[in-house]
Ligand binder design. Sequence first.
Ligand SMILES: *Cc1c(COP(=O)(O)O)cnc(C)c1O
Length: 443
Amino acid sequence: MNALESYNKILHLMKEHHTWFDKSIPLIASENIPSTAVREAIISDFGNRYAEGWPGERVYAGCKYIDQVEIICNDLAKVVFGAEFADCRATSGVVANLAIYAAFSKPGDYMLASSIPSGGHISHGKKEHSGTAGLVHGLSIEHYPFSKEEMTIDVDATKKKIEEMCKDNKAPSIGMFGGSLFLFPHPVKELADFMHDHNMYINYDGAHVAGLIAGGQFQDPLKEGADSMTMSSHKTLWGPQGGIIVSLQKYAESIKKAVFPGITSSHHLHHVAGKAIALAESLEFGKDYAIQVIKNAKAIAGDLANLGFDVLGERKGYTASHQLAVDVSKFGDGGTIERDLEKANIILNRQLLPGDIKAGRHYMHPSGIRIGVPEITRLGMKEGEMEEIANFIKRVVIDKQDPILIANDVTEFRKQFQKIHYAFDNAVDAYEYIDVIHHRKAS
Ligand SMILES: *Cc1c(COP(=O)(O)O)cnc(C)c1O
């Protein structure tokens, strides 16, 4: 392919992607669809500028409007998360976590975090798994004892583990809460005093649940005793891809230095503008949204269970968040089922479940799938639609119907859900391709 062919091909493929998502059911728990205003921020000139440093103390000129937007962004983050301090410069959730490791631990220190099958994220992971904490910052990782029945961290066993680590000269520096398979709140308030008494710094990784916390519908980690919260700005929070850190005021200087010059130079100012818009939307619409997200997650979990699926966390009502986990091992493996569903335009991901590694399962063929409802909720779907989607999933996974036939039904179903809800403006359809090249200035 020559240069022009490549160029045209890239533009064509992006359009094709939009067309595909326009007729699909997006159920990836870590994804969402941003508003028209956030999309406008992303294509603005902010994305071509540098603003190293803090508003008012920049290393570069040209920041007079950027400074104002960044100040609004930090102020909104403080209000939305009830925090004394906010830094919206981290360019992703992983980068935010890395800033916390750099600010509050030394290489060789120990951190307590969740294992991947128990919901942990690779950025909390061990060096031998190429996890960020181990590989990049040299932390040694120990895992929380986890209860599969309760689908959360076991409080008493964790206290015992911390005491044993202290006795063995492995006193942990950081307690990391939060995760990626995250159905129920973590025991922050139950463990915060105990951890602080053992000189641990507590970070809550709210990458997945930030939008639910913003809407007041999940635990409030800072109130429960966490020292800081890191998050992605694009999962249940509906911003552009990026990271945010909020904390107590006493940690502000350490966090600021870790973010810059520690781990960022440019901090993606178009995304800062997008984060600010998303936070403003959250302040206005976040509560209604979070309530509907959790209703939808519980609804589709119940619908799937009624149709014969093994949905985890049954004893506790399946989920208290935006996502649910289904053990599909009766019907195949998670990897194959993920691919079959994709052919039917139902997009979700396979999932390692607690016990999978011990049972010799691999992340390519785990026993589970994970389903998230943040994006379909933003498209305006409610409990009735959850039942229809559960049925589509059953037809693929249990009835083994031809995915191509189901894809046609999915396309038809999606036609009624084209707009973004919970937003100040929705001039552009959710997956409408914005063709900037052929855009003509309105005269
Ligand atoms: C998604 C996720 C991250 C990573 O966030 P990015 O913004 O993709 O870097 C960090 N922690 C948890 C728990 C996550 O689920």
